[in-house]
Design a protein around this ligand. Structure first.
Ligand code: ATP
Length: 330
């Protein structure tokens, strides 16, 4: 389990991470989302002890990374897949990593096997495709058989086959009981990969919940109803103070959409009670994209203001100060 409590990181006047508290549970894939510059990479670096918090702390099973006896056996991370010596073979790269972390040679063959690179292990890592490099990076993260895994944008630039492989592999790691935290800006992919989400904006926590709850909370639910007694049923639902709208849908004619918290079961029962014939009753869920835009809208806008402020400050410091808002002391 990863636990952040009041985690804060300032770089001069920039508050990259601002009093952030969250938990990442074992046995699940947790997506780490936020607009550009939200503080995801800074947070990941602090989890891995590569950056020191200004205040607050982040622990792995109760211990700070720096206090871990043999970190690679507790936490594995893929931050930059191209971080290999190009002339080394995949096996040589992993053997070097294993040796420098006092891990047995057998861990290398096991990790190569897990990511399906055994047959190309003697090939130059510099000649690997991006997908193979990602697998090699993941093999490196798995060398110490760690309980906790961190992946920063692991599917960036991959082809569909590579994306599906990573998604499936992450689920497998979580099913083995590991804690998996993965950052990505590919929201449709995250909707398929992550069961839980930690969403941040300008360094602050925006939401921590299951992916489904996040989407439902932001977008609400709508039920689509097709019935030959459209106006009659809309009237029945309106009498129950439910918001309805009728739309023309291509190839389907007029369709009734019911907003609110009623389940399809309840709407079906209401139809039966009034002798309404139903041709279709479907729950329409919002997308993670819609929910993300709605929930992070302000924080994106804040950054836009900041950038304008930064540009303006070259000519007009007063205007920049107004746009940037109040500054906090270091
Ligand atoms: N070493 C640093 N020195 C100064 N400012 C930094 C440093 N690292 C990050 N920042 C600033 O901290 C904020 C958060 O950056 P960070 O890279 O953590 O965000 P991110 O969510 O990972 O963004 P992206 O998705 O664009 O990679 C940004 O405003 C960034 O400019």
């Amino acid at each position: 389990m990863i636990e952040a409590k009041g985690l804060t990181k300032r770089y001069g006047a920039t508050v990259a991470v601002d009093n952030l508290s969250f938990e990442v549970k074992p046995g699940r894939v947790t997506g780490f989302l936020g607009p550009n510059g939200a503080g995801k990479s800074t947070t990941m670096r602090m989890i891995l002890g590569l950056d020191t918090p200004t205040s607050g702390e982040v622990t792995i099973d109760g211990q700070r990374y720096r206090d871990l006896h043999r970190p690679l056996t507790k936490v594995g991370a893929l931050l930059d897949a191209k971080w290999v010596h190009p002339n080394r073979s995949a096996r040589a790269h992993l053997l070097w990593m294993a040796a420098s972390n006092k891990l047995p040679k057998s861990s290398v063959d096991k990790a190569l096997d897990m990511v399906g690179l055994t047959s190309v292990a003697s090939k130059r890592a510099g000649a690997f495709s991006l997908g193979m490099s990602q697998r090699l990076g993941i093999a490196g993260a798995l060398l110490g058989d760690p309980e906790v895994l961190l992946f920063d944008e692991p599917v960036n630039g991959l082809d569909p086959e590579g994306i599906v492989w990573i998604r499936t592999f992450m689920h497998r790691l979580a099913d083995e009981g590991r804690t998996v935290l993965v950052s990505s800006h590919l929201l449709s992919e995250m909707a398929l990969t992550a069961e839980d989400l930690v969403v941040i904006g300008r360094g602050k926590l925006i939401a921590q919940s299951t992916t489904q709850e996040f989407v439902d909370r932001a977008s609400g639910t709508t039920v689509k109803v097709r019935t030959p007694q459209l106006d009659q049923f809309a009237g029945v639902l309106n009498e129950q103070h439910l918001a309805t709208r009728i739309e023309d849908v291509e190839d389907q004619g007029k369709v009734l959409f019911v907003e609110g918290d009623l389940t399809t079961d309840q709407i079906g029962e209401a139809a039966a009670a009034h002798g309404i014939v139903l041709h279709e009753l479907t729950l329409q869920r919002g997308s993670l994209e819609q929910a993300f835009m709605q929930m992070t809208g302000d924080s994106v806008e804040y950054h836009a203001h900041e950038e304008i402020a930064a540009v303006t400050s070259l000519d007009a410091p007063d205007a920049a100060e107004v746009a940037a808002g109040p500054k906090e002391d270091n």
